[in-house]
Design a protein around this ligand. Structure first.
Ligand SMILES: NC(=O)c1ccc[n+]([C@@H]2O[C@H](COP(=O)([O-])OP(=O)(O)OC[C@H]3O[C@@H](n4cnc5c(N)ncnc54)[C@H](OP(=O)(O)O)[C@@H]3O)[C@@H](O)[C@H]2O)c1
Length: 272
């Protein structure tokens, strides 16, 4: 990648996506930012803002065509759009389950499929998937969110091996808590069942859902997270997974320890 690449960022209206757009512009790149509606991205000669609901596969292809017409192609895709859903497995409706998989998993697949042909032909490109430490472990009542991001990581890890020889690089960014609206205004909620009130009380200090949309998400600032991702893309660091956010390493470590401890109870598990 060079000093003036073309970046395509989904879910760029707010939060991390918006911060990545601003950081990429600051770094001298040309940027295609996709939004679904209102946004306050600045007018900038190196920025094209266009619409994309990531569930719309045809529109994903059209957005890449727009990027190619405007800037000649896409060098770096940041598949960032996504949201969380609070609901125990038993509480989540069919529509809610399908919607989060359509967005967080299939939406990421559609935009990846849209950029890959040209990257493959050029023998260069970088696909960054925004995931979460919740795709290493899980949290009760976030199971469908976890499932959507575990699914994302499944195809992204396979993809990395599929395209490595074709010159295309893949990164999975595993985020810890970021100070965005992900956990507040953006969070969706399944209809609660009383049986899970005590669990919610333990997890969140209240059994009440939905919780208030206002307030801060807490955690790492989106600007700091964007800086980590830009630095990662700019260096020939061929790690597949990058931990982003102050709490991310400890969260991922704790989840891996639990899994390894489980496997270690199998007498056939190899000793270190
Ligand atoms: N914040 C955290 O603590 C955290 C932790 C781990 C992972 N993540 C992941 O980081 C990514 C960015 O989230 P964020 O923290 O920046 O949250 P955010 O502030 O809520 O921003 C989410 C973005 O995704 C967009 N989006 C949602 N559904 C979409 C769809 N169907 N089509 C197109 N765009 C859609 C939103 O667009 P609208 O403005 O139109 O709604 C918004 O731009 C997500 O994938 C999230 O799961 C966040």
């Amino acid at each position: 990648m060079s000093d003036s690449d073309v970046w395509l960022v989904t879910g760029a209206s707010r939060g991390l996506g918006r911060a990545i757009v601003l950081a990429a512009l600051d770094a001298g790149h040309r940027v295609v930012a996709t939004v679904r509606g209102a946004h306050d991205l600045p007018a900038h000669p190196r920025l094209l803002v266009t619409t994309l609901d990531v569930r719309d596969r045809d529109r994903a292809v059209a957005v890449v065509a727009e990027a190619t017409a405007a800037f000649g192609g896409v060098d770096v895709l940041v598949s960032n759009a996504g949201y969380g859903l609070i609901g125990a497995a038993e509480e989540v409706s069919e529509d809610e389950a399908r919607a989060i998989v359509d967005t967080n998993l299939l939406g990421a697949l559609w935009i990846t499929q849209a950029v890959l042909p040209a990257m493959r032909e050029r023998g260069a490109g970088h696909v960054v998937h925004v995931s979460t430490v919740g795709a290493v472990g899980t949290m009760p009542t976030l199971g469908l969110y976890n499932a959507s991001k575990w699914g994302l990581e499944g195809f992204a890890e396979a993809l990395a091996a599929e395209v490595a020889d074709l010159g295309v690089r893949v990164t999975i960014a595993e985020l810890g808590a970021l100070d965005t609206e992900w956990g507040t205004g953006s969070m969706r909620f399944a209809t609660p069942l009383r049986a899970y009130d005590a669990l919610r009380e333990r997890l969140f200090g209240t059994s009440d859902v939905p919780w208030p949309a206002e307030g801060t998400g807490g955690g790492t600032s989106p600007a700091d997270a964007a800086a980590v991702l830009l630095a990662h893309v700019a260096t020939p660091d061929h790690r597949l997974r990058v931990l982003v956010g102050d709490d991310a390493p400890a969260q991922a470590h704790a989840a891996m320890r639990i899994r390894l401890a489980d496997y270690a109870r199998d007498a056939r598990w190899p000793a270190d």
